[in-house]
Write a protein that binds this ligand. Structure first.
Ligand code: NAP
Length: 306
């Protein structure tokens, strides 16, 4: 059987695109496969301030630059949702939802994570109409209004700060007393006069008036008391889960679905690597994703030269 590619990289965020640069510069025949939006989560991020050498850049701009750079040295870009990766020993078979199949000698999985959805009645019905998972995309609809952000991690706080540039008030609802974000971001949030922090509460139900979101009822986690926050937009940023359903048969995932890799980004299956937010790690950042992508591609080059 002819093996079509040296390496197929699944996922087009910072990890996958860095892997594409390193793999194609190492003269490997490389394909990048993207399921949804090229650029990954970066495209939903307002601003990046901690990528060395670039003091401040919008997520979309960095994603575009990485997309261009990722294809600069000959990597092919293809679109499609991967539903299975089969290990055939020396080759790997990648199956797509639309029936396409590709073979390669090694696979780098860089599919990142998918945001967790708001779990209150009717939330899905109002997604895109009052409930949004992308402040950068939808924030402008709420100019001069009140919005509520749920979550206390880096995403929730950074996107809340972005929203304060557009809206009159941002409620941030967190379920504990403490945030999970960088200290500098927490400081900025605490000192922003447009932000109202609601501690120790969980979302309970949407308030809908005339077919539109008009508020969010939140429940005190200690007393169960219900409070209504008036708002016309709700932005849940309550974490994310790894996008690894298609890897379940390979035995390379931990209980939470993250890929278990060694310091070379290799899984226990020869020729299958992971990179970026999708692997087990402590620090999920653009810079750590690019780091993983470079290491994974270098490991593939070494394996194929053996
Ligand atoms: P995260 O760090 O996991 O934070 C999720 C937040 O949502 C936490 O405050 C969590 O509360 C809360 N939460 C979880 N489930 C909830 C529920 N069912 N109801 C209400 N609240 C809930 O997620 P993230 O902010 O999306 O970040 C993901 C990763 O990307 C992190 O590693 C983060 O550091 C990284 N990231 C980094 C940057 C940056 O460095 N600039 C920017 C964005 C993301 P608890 O704290 O109580 O669990």
């Amino acid at each position: 059987m002819d093996i079509q590619y040296d390496v197929i990289i699944i996922g087009c965020g910072p990890a996958g695109l860095t892997a594409a640069i390193y793999a194609s510069r190492a003269n490997l025949k490389t394909m990048i496969l993207e399921g949804e939006t090229p650029g990954g989560k970066l495209t939903k991020t307002y601003e990046i301030e901690n990528y060395p050498g670039i003091k401040k850049i919008s997520g979309v701009d960095l994603a575009m630059q990485m997309m261009e750079h990722g294809q600069e040295f000959g990597a092919e870009l293809n679109f499609g949702k991967v539903v299975d990766v089969e290990d055939l020993g020396e080759s790997k078979l990648i199956k797509l939802e639309d029936g396409q199949q590709f073979t390669c000698k090694a696979v780098i999985v860089a599919t990142g994570t998918k945001e967790r959805l708001l779990d209150v009645p009717n939330a899905d019905q109002f997604t895109g109409r009052g409930v949004s998972y992308c402040a950068v995309c939808d924030g402008a609809f709420y100019k001069g209004k009140k919005v509520t952000v749920i979550g206390g991690g880096n995403s929730a706080l950074e996107e809340s700060l972005y929203l304060t540039q557009l809206v009159d008030q941002v409620n941030i609802v967190i379920r504990r007393d403490e945030f999970r974000a960088e200290a500098k971001t927490v400081e900025k949030v605490k000192s922003n006069p447009k932000i109202n922090i609601v501690h120790k509460h969980l979302p309970h139900e949407l308030v809908v008036e005339d077919g539109k979101v008009a508020g969010l009822v939140v429940r005190n986690v200690e007393t169960n008391e219900l409070t209504t926050l008036e708002c016309s937009g709700i932005f849940p940023y309550i974490g994310a889960d790894p996008a690894t359903d298609f890897l379940k048969n390979l035995g390379v995932l931990n209980e939470a679905g993250y890929m278990i890799v060694d310091e070379n980004m290799a899984t226990k299956v020869k020729g299958i690597y992971g990179a970026g937010d999708v692997v087990v790690k402590d620090l999920r950042q653009v810079v750590t994703a690019t780091n993983d992508g470079a290491i994974a591609a270098n490991s593939v080059a070494r394996l194929l030269n053996e």
